[in-house]
Write a protein that binds this ligand. Structure first.
Ligand SMILES: C[S@@+](CC[C@H](N)C(=O)[O-])C[C@H]1O[C@@H](n2cnc3c(N)ncnc32)[C@H](O)[C@@H]1O
Length: 355
């Protein structure tokens, strides 16, 4: 079993596979498990294998990619929809909830809170991608439940956390999420490479500096990943959606490249599309974080607040900004957390282009 679990195609590390297996294996006969985010069924396979037929598993996904052998397993049911939608149409008494679906703050919050009333007191909640900075929304949400006492006795393996539900504790208020985000910024703001390398940030930033452009018809964002998506909302460029570099046609336009593949895209734009090099801009995370700083300090974070459309995200952003002093915002900018936080707050699975 050990080797079969390690070899499964679940999207997680070996340590995480083993923690998930132990959680499933610890459940008594007839336990009900809900999985949000089934993908190709790798994690579902692990839980069924480890529990040796004792659990009934309900897997939820917004897309159906379940292989036939899993679909026909007698202890397995697949539900198409978001976690929140499925929770509203099923009435289950859940002993373990495994969450690996929407990785944005809004998404995981909606999905878990929708299942909360169906969780038994003392049930297990296992969440993936909590302990990294790529999925800050997930992290803020789960750490708040832990800090607030809704989840207790956490055990972790790599980025995964397993904990017990305490139903007696009231669910967090918006200000509790804000406090977690602030604490994370103090603890996990990490030196960007230019600081770690001992390069004076001012020197590097001045080189990397790109002015924040006003919306214009001849301006295109290149890069459909998280970075392009965020910049699109932040700059309010409603008329052009971000494009891929191969979609660029206009020689006379300006291209703001929101991608880690800048050198390759630059070459393509210059040589194949015939764009003048001075009309191609590298919108690096450092550039974005400088724009954010400008927006917060000079513009009362209007752009940032516009970038988030969902109430709970706006509550988090404005709550956080109300709480922080100017010097704290500046520190968050310098240590890179400002960029991570706002860029990744809405980050969902699947991760699109590398940012
Ligand atoms: C990281 S994958 C899951 C991987 C899987 N748990 C495994 O380890 O094999 C995330 C999945 O969540 C699905 N998803 C995204 N948002 C969702 C939501 N709100 N509810 C349910 N599934 C969602 C995606 O379609 C994707 O298949």
């Amino acid at each position: 079993m050990l080797f079969e679990i390690a070899a499964s195609n679940a999207y997680m590390s070996d340590n995480e596979k083993f923690l998930l297996s132990l959680c499933a294996a610890s459940l008594p006969q007839g336990s009900v498990v809900v999985e949000i985010g089934a993908f190709l069924g790798g994690s579902a396979h692990i839980m069924l294998l480890a529990s040796a037929g004792r659990i009934v598993l309900h897997s939820v996904d917004i897309e159906d990619k379940i292989p036939n052998d899993l679909r026909s397993h007698r202890n397995f049911t697949f539900h198409l929809g978001t976690g929140a939608a499925v929770a509203s149409r099923e009435a289950l008494e859940v002993d373990m909830l495994f969450v690996d679906g929407d990785h944005s703050f809004r998404g995981i919050r909606e999905d878990i809170l929708a299942f909360w009333p169906q969780l038994r007191d003392g049930a297990l909640v296992v969440a993936h991608d909590v302990l990294n900075m790529q999925h800050l929304g997930v992290r803020i949400f789960v750490e708040t439940l832990l800090g607030n006492g809704n989840l207790t006795k956490p055990v972790h393996a790599d980025t995964m956390v397993a904990a017990r539900v305490d139903k007696r504790v009231a669910l967090p208020a918006a200000s509790d999420y804000v406090r977690t985000a602030r604490k994370l910024s103090q603890v996990f703001g990490r030196p960007r490479s230019w600081i770690a390398e001992g390069v004076a940030p001012a020197v590097l930033l001045s080189k990397a500096y790109v002015d924040m452009p006003p919306p214009a018809e001849d301006l295109f964002l290149v890069g459909k990943g998280k970075r392009g998506d965020f910049v699109h909302r932040f700059l309010g460029l409603d008329y052009h959606a971000p494009i891929d570099s191969w979609e660029a046609r206009r020689t006379d336009a300006r291209y703001y490249v929101c991608s880690a593949f800048f050198p390759r895209i630059f070459t393509h734009l210059v040589w194949d599309v015939r764009v003048a090099p001075e009309n191609i801009f590298d919108v690096t995370p450092q550039v974005i974080s400088r724009w954010m700083l400008q927006d917060i300090l000079n513009n009362k974070a209007k752009r940032l607040l516009n970038a988030y459309q969902v109430e709970c995200e706006r509550e988090l952003v404005s709550g956080l900004l109300n709480l922080l002093s100017e010097s704290e915002v500046y520190r968050m900018y310098e240590n890179g957390f400002l960029c991570d936080l706002f860029l990744y707050l809405t980050a969902s699975f699947p991760p699109q282009a590398t940012i």
